[in-house]
Design a protein around this ligand. Structure first.
Ligand code: FEO
Length: 165
């Protein structure tokens, strides 16, 4: 079944949202590097990479269903945050926003009886549960180590292992 025009448009918008996520996390990585938190920066780099993969999943789905991926301008991320905690809190908020978008796409696919899109979107729904949980865990830990420079540096070192194990 070919992708409907409305679903094609919504998925193209989601390609942009996923690249915007990648750009946001890459922006956070840049700021965290400049703030001397190479571990947190590494974690954000890996996160940016995953977001690019998410965008490509929508890209390929559109192609496979006979549609045309349409690329649009990506919003520039902020240049700095108040603290690593503020950056990860912003990341958590952003993931909640993305989960809301995915849920809306699923609503559309269900209404249209577009089972192939539902299958793809179910993967994203599960992925968002994981993404929100992992960022929230980091936020909670950053709140715990607040005020302890030693613990913060140890945590930075720990998160720097992401993508390197
Ligand atoms: Fe692709 Fe973090 O949502």
């Amino acid at each position: 079944m070919a992708l409907s025009t409305s679903m094609e448009k919504a998925m193209n918008d989601q390609i942009n949202a996923e690249f915007e996520s990648a750009y946001l996390y890459l922006g956070m990585a840049a700021w965290l590097e400049s703030a001397n938190f190479p571990g947190f920066a590494q974690w954000m780099r890996a996160q940016a990479q995953e977001e690019t993969e998410h965008a490509m999943k929508f890209f390929e789905h559109i192609v496979e269903r006979g549609g045309t991926p349409t690329l649009t301008a990506i919003k520039a991320p902020p240049k700095s945050w108040q603290s690593p905690l503020a950056a990860f809190q912003a990341s958590y908020k952003h993931e909640q926003y993305i989960s809301g978008r995915i849920n809306k796409l699923m609503d559309m696919a269900v209404k249209a009886k577009d089972y192939a899109s539902q299958s793809l979107l179910q993967w994203f729904i599960d992925e968002q549960v994981e993404e929100e949980a992992s960022v929230d865990e980091i936020v909670q830990k950053l709140k715990m180590v607040k005020g302890s420079a030693g613990s913060l540096l140890m945590f930075d070192h720990k998160l720097g292992k992401r993508g390197k194990e």
